[in-house]
Every structure is written in structure tokens, then in C-alpha cells.
Ligand binder design. Structure first.
Ligand code: COA
Length: 186
């Protein structure tokens, strides 16, 4: 990794944790941030919130899959970006364990989001970097990461993490241009 690719100072201590009921208050605080400022939910990560929190966690851990944009079922693992210093949750990522045709077209292996009040501090670069380490643990070595072409912040995050641009496609869901990048993990 070169100096320009290195995560911003202060982001190194961050860690990914799997969803747990013990972080309920931190999760509710993050969800409130999204509710107030809007934008950036991943695969409906906050859909069941806050009515049945233990049930939500059970669903994320036990029956862990998402539906892709064509309705196919894909195993997936959700991670929360955790800052040990103050116990704050800063974002969410989701690793889809394999690509369906729809994910290969536009969704990719990894989705990520940083809570609105903590954006532009390097956390986006860090959450993708840490989720790529999880992908490697799952034996995924060619990782597809995509973003709306207009999402310049996300494109920077992917490029910083070694993404090699393959092409641009039109989203079947939104009709927006989507950029597709591959990241090779050693
Ligand atoms: C996209 C997103 C993850 C960026 O998170 P972040 O923590 O602000 O990103 P970072 O601080 O690591 O910034 C990465 C780079 O993008 C740039 N950037 C971030 N947001 C930007 C924006 N809105 N406009 C232009 N550039 C932006 C940063 O300046 C930085 O650039 P640099 O490499 O030149 O230093 C965040 O805005 C978000 O959660 N958006 C909603 C969900 C989403 O779009 N997810 C990605 C698609 S899966």
C-alpha cells in the first residue's frame, strides 16, 4: 500500500464487529443519525429497526442472506464499523458471499455506508479496506465493487482500495450509470 492509499490517521483503530444485542444503544444512535439526515441504507439494513431489535440481530446472524435486485437469495454477512475509543458505530458494510447474475451486473460483492454525521473523515476508505479482509477470509480473491458513476466519494474509496475499472453499465433498478471495479486480493 502506498502513502496515498494509506487510511487517514485515526481510522486505523476502527474495527468491524458482527451485529450483537450488546451494541443496541450504539446501533440506535447510528440509526437515528440516518433517520435525521437521511441516505445510505444498505440492503434495507435498518428496515426492521427499532421494533424488534433482538429479532433483527437474530435475522442478521442466523438467516443471513439478502435478495438481489432480481429476487435471488444470496448469503451475506453484515458488519458494523466500531470505534473502540467511544463505543460509537460509524457505518455498516455487507459482504455478499457470491455473485448472482444481478450482483455481477451491478450490485457487486460489497456494499457499505457511513453514518451521515461521520462522513468525509476517511471512514469510507477504512470500512471497505476492512471488509475486503473479511472477503479474503471467505476465500474470495476477485472482488467486484460497484458504485453509481455519479457517486464520486464511493468511486474514490474503491480506487484507493485497488479497484480496477472494468466498465460502466446501466442499472436495471434505477436506470443510472453504474461503474464496475474489480479488486484482486492476494
Ligand atoms: C460514499 C460514502 C460511503 C463515503 O464515505 P466517507 O466516509 O465520506 O468517505 P471517505 O471520507 O473515506 O472519503 C473518500 C474519498 O471520497 C471523497 N468524498 C467523500 N464523499 C464525497 C462527496 N460527497 N463528494 C465528493 N467527494 C467525496 C473524499 O474527499 C475522499 O477523497 P480523497 O481520496 O481525495 O481523500 C458515504 O457518503 C455514504 O455512506 N454514502 C451513502 C451510501 C453509499 O453511497 N455507499 C456506497 C455505495 S455501495
Amino acid at each position: 500500500m502506498t502513502d496515498t492509499q494509506r487510511p487517514a490517521a485515526g481510522t486505523q483503530a476502527l474495527t468491524l464487529v458482527e451485529p450483537t444485542v450488546t451494541l443496541r444503544d450504539a446501533f440506535l444512535d447510528m440509526a437515528e443519525d440516518y433517520r435525521l439526515h437521511g441516505g445510505g441504507d444498505i440492503d434495507g439494513a435498518f428496515e426492521l429497526f427499532p421494533h424488534d431489535f433482538p429479532g433483527y440481530i437474530r435475522q442478521l446472524l442466523g438467516n443471513s442472506y439478502i435478495r438481489d435486485s432480481r429476487g435471488a437469495r444470496v448469503p451475506a454477512t453484515t458488519y458494523w464499523l466500531f470505534r473502540p475509543g467511544d463505543g460509537m458505530l460509524l457505518g455498516v458494510s455487507r459482504l455478499r458471499h457470491h455473485l448472482t447474475p444481478a450482483l455481477k451486473h451491478e450490485g457487486g460483492h460489497i456494499g457499505y455506508s457511513i453514518r451521515p454525521s461521520e462522513r468525509r473523515k476517511g471512514h469510507g476508505k477504512r470500512i471497505l479496506e476492512l471488509t475486503l479482509e473479511k472477503a479474503r477470509d471467505f476465500g474470495i480473491h476477485e472482488v467486484l465493487v460497484t458504485c453509481d458513476t455519479a457517486n464520486t466519494g464511493s468511486a474514490r474509496i474503491i480506487q484507493t482500495n485497488g479497484g480496477v475499472f472494468e466498465n460502466e453499465v446501466i442499472s436495471e433498478r434505477t436506470r443510472n450509470p453504474v461503474s464496475r471495479y474489480w479488486i484482486t486480493l492476494s
